[in-house]
Design a protein around this ligand. Structure first.
Ligand code: CMP
Length: 156
């Protein structure tokens, strides 16, 4: 099982899309194992987006992400990082495929509703940054796990 970090950005909250977006992840069969809503500090967001520090949009990205509440969550599942990236869609919401979260609900490149870790290394870094305490993660077994996956082939 793999874990990935997802952020519901301030535009998702302002536009009342938190429940709708969470439903996409839940309905897919991903397991929610941590969730918190907070106005996070510019310094945390600068660390989170440090790889973009030299990009021209870095300052406005940090301002946007610290302009209001963000929901941070951890999802778990087989190949969760790639599965979540496909559900979220392309960075530019205007070009994101219909059926993806950004493709269905967004019109902006920068205000694109959701962030999701883009690979195992960034997931490890981001999970440690946003959920540093082990107690924030809840280990639990969905009662229908053996129906979400083929036990013999995928959970052996
Ligand atoms: P995210 O997937 O969180 O990763 C970096 C973020 O930078 C991206 O979503 C957008 O919110 C933002 N961004 C703004 N402009 C650009 C751009 N030109 N290229 C990539 N990301 C951008």
């Amino acid at each position: 099982m793999e874990r990935t970090l997802v952020l519901l950005k301030p535009d998702a909250l302002q536009r009342g899309l938190v429940g709708t977006i969470l439903t996409r992840f839940e309905a897919k069969g991903l397991k929610l194992i941590a969730l918190k809503l907070r106005c996070f500090s510019p310094s945390l967001l600068e660390q989170h987006y440090a790889v973009h520090r030299e990009r021209p949009f870095f300052k406005s990205l940090v301002e946007y992400m610290s302009s209001g509440p963000v929901v941070a969550l951890v999802l778990e599942g087989k190949d969760a990082i790639a599965v979540v990236r496909r559900l979220v869609g392309a960075t530019n919401a205007r070009e994101a495929d219909p059926g993806t979260i950004r493709g269905d609900f967004g019109m902006s490149f920068s205000n694109n509703l959701v962030h999701a870790s883009d690979g195992p290394e960034s997931a490890e870094f981001e999970l440690g940054l946003w959920f540093p305490e082990a107690a924030e993660i809840c280990e639990w077994d969905p009662c229908d796990l053996s129906w979400r996956y083929n036990v013999a082939e995928e959970l052996a």
